[in-house]
Ligand binder design. Structure first.
Ligand SMILES: C[S@@+](CC[C@H](N)C(=O)[O-])C[C@H]1O[C@@H](n2cnc3c(N)ncnc32)[C@H](O)[C@@H]1O
Length: 331
């Protein structure tokens, strides 16, 4: 598996660390304080996320896995009607376990695949090697980059029909305005008749959402706190993890689960790389993540207003989770 790292350059070879430092500086200087969820996935964070996906409370991954298992072959047949070779591009691929279902279905339908996972986490890319094996019908070029940096690179380097995968309800990390911006930017990087397979979590009973983001084994808590450990390790911070609590709650106005870390006391944290101290009042939150939930109509509208038509919609039997297969329209 060939890996291209777009995060550094000659002047700043460890561009990702620099970007992490600047984002932490901006986030902890803001009011309310916040840290981007894209930094959750260092080695330990990726491992913890994998454990979350295996927990009974976190239904999202299992349901999407079942949907792809059940419908992967019919999707592949549909795609085979238009092409024998695809560039399969996946944003924020994680460990790629669900992707194997589609890869196998497409290969079995006789479609050759060039797979381009794009992920800002080098560690997630490494984890993927466990689940995906190259063959002469399936080759992998991993791209370590921000979503659109990777997509823009591929716009100049990919000539085959494309399928863009955005699974795991990663779109939920955006608010609704950002999600609309994301969809239109994705559309701009694709060509007429390319495909987008979007996985999105649906609105449902709030107790079920609460359980999913406050799992009974406390893995989500450790996952959130791990980002403070990462600041300690990578940027020389002195966060004492025992002085922060995890809190996950549903915001009905936003239609989103939100995660926070809450300082249990008045305290100051020094971050060496930033040469700066940050003050936390007792009970002050750091906003860690949005997980926006959708209605079916909202997703249809999101696709339509962004320049896509809906080819198929797939759900689990309880209609908790959805996968939408969109096609790009260009006039
Ligand atoms: C929730 S995890 C994995 C989700 C995976 N698609 C799944 O369904 O299990 C999200 C992944 O997206 C990556 N990621 C998050 N924000 C990103 C960004 N802005 N650019 C590139 N990768 C990003 C993370 O590093 C992580 O590997």
């Amino acid at each position: 598996m060939n890996i291209i790292n777009l995060t550094g350059d000659e002047l700043s070879p460890d561009g990702l660390k620099e970007q992490f430092a600047m984002d932490v500086l901006t986030g902890l200087s803001s009011s309310p304080k916040g840290i981007s969820p894209k930094y959750f996935y260092n080695d330990h964070g990726s491992e913890l996320f994998q454990q979350i996906t295996e927990s009974e409370d976190y239904y999202l991954t299992n349901l999407e896995y079942e949907i792809l298992k059940q419908h992967g072959h019919s999707m592949a047949k549909k795609l085979k009607e238009t092409t024998d070779i695809v560039d399969l591009i996946e944003l924020g691929a994680g460990d790629g376990r669900k992707t194997t279902l589609l890869v196998n279905a497409l290969n079995e339908a006789g479609v050759k695949i060039n797979y381009f996972p794009i992920d800002i986490s080098k560690e997630a890319m490494e984890q993927m090697k466990e689940f995906l094996t190259e063959t002469d019908q399936f080759n992998i070029t991993g791209i370590v980059a921000e979503y659109f940096h990777g997509l823009n690179y591929l716009r100049d380097n990919s000539t085959n029909p494309k399928i863009l995968l955005f699974l795991g309800s990663n779109i939920g990390n955006f608010n609704r305005g950002q999600a609309a911006g994301f969809m239109r930017r994705a559309w701009r990087t694709l060509n007429a008749n390319d495909w987008l397979l979007l996985g999105a979590d649906l609105k449902k009973d709030i107790d079920i959402l609460h359980k999913a983001y406050n799992d009974s084994n406390g893995i989500t808590r450790r996952f959130n706190l791990n980002l403070l450990s990462r600041i300690n390790e990578d940027l020389g911070g002195n966060f004492d993890l025992s002085t922060f609590d995890h809190y996950g709650s549903y915001n009905p106005l936003l239609g989103a689960m939100e995660s926070f870390l809450i300082s249990k006391k008045n305290q100051s944290i020094y971050i060496k790389e930033l040469e700066k101290e940050f003050h936390f009042k007792a009970f002050e939150p750091i906003h860690m993540e949005y997980s926006t939930k959708y209605l079916e109509d909202e997703l249809l509208e999101l696709g339509k207003t962004s320049g896509f038509t809906v080819e198929e919609t797939y759900y689990d039997p309880k209609k908790w989770y959805s996968n939408f297969l969109f096609k790009v329209i260009k006039h």
